[in-house]
Design a protein around this ligand. Structure first.
Ligand SMILES: [Zn+2]
Length: 237
């Protein structure tokens, strides 16, 4: 049930790809892929160190990183303990176009790439590390979809609040724009969490899924009092 899209930008990427430009015209740059591997290994290791510093251990190893074109810009697979993330040149034109779209009609490649770094290599990556921690706690196949996704957002939000709050402030603007401008998929009078759990599979390939991710991220950012990273880890069960 939980094998469908786990991250936030997949549908929007699909929408952009449907609009044209799906061919890959940027040559994959092996040095850039390797630089991404080094950068993301450091980010993974910093997260694992933060878990240890908070007083926790995990019975499984840190996830194996795969630097590949992943249309959802990040994913964690509990059965193999693999975390996939993309380098900029591995992605298709359609996938890169999404980051241009976020930055407006006059965006440069530099601006789009900076947006990708913030969104995919900071926010989504640590959200996926949150899914790794859920597997450490053996709840990946226990929690319902909303609790699983919101839980990963809560861990990522607490992590960035302690390590670099600017990541949250940047993503807040992105998610507020989505929640404000995109249609709310929850029918009048229905509970958002219940609706997400019941309709998880059907929501996977729709913009409604992105709306939910944005909604859950904002809920995590606004939790009062804000949980510490240690508290967010402890409450994953
Ligand atoms: Zn997720």
């Amino acid at each position: 049930m939980l094998k469908a899209v786990r991250v936030m930008f997949a549908v929007a990427a699909a929408v952009v790809m449907c609009a044209g430009a799906s061919a890959q015209s940027v040559k994959v740059d092996a040095r850039e892929v390797e630089a991404t591997r080094v950068q993301m290994t450091a980010m993974r290791d910093a997260f694992v160190k933060a878990v240890h510093d908070a007083g926790f251990t995990c019975p499984i190893a840190a996830p194996k990183l795969l630097i590949v074109d992943v249309p959802s810009f990040g994913s964690y697979e509990p059965s193999t303990n693999e975390l996939k993330t993309s380098s900029w040149t591995q992605m298709t034109d359609g996938e890169r176009a999404l980051f241009h779209k976020f930055m407006g009609p006059n965006s440069t490649d530099e601006m789009a790439r900076a947006e990708f770094e913030d969104g995919a290599h900071h926010w989504v990556f640590v959200h996926e590390m949150g899914h790794w921690w859920q597997e450490c706690q053996k709840v990946s196949n226990v929690l319902k979809p909303y609790a699983l996704e919101f839980g990963a957002d809560r861990i990522a939000a607490a992590y960035w609040k302690e390590h670099d709050p600017s990541v949250i402030e940047h993503q807040r603007a992105v998610f507020e724009a989505i929640v404000t401008r995109w249609p709310n998929p929850v029918p009048e009078g229905q509970n958002a969490e219940a609706y997400f759990n019941i309709n998880y599979e059907q929501l996977g390939p729709t913009p409604g899924y992105i709306w939910f991710q944005a909604h859950m991220c904002l809920k995590a950012y606004d939790e009062k009092p804000a949980p510490s990273f240690a508290q967010a880890l402890r409450e994953t069960k």
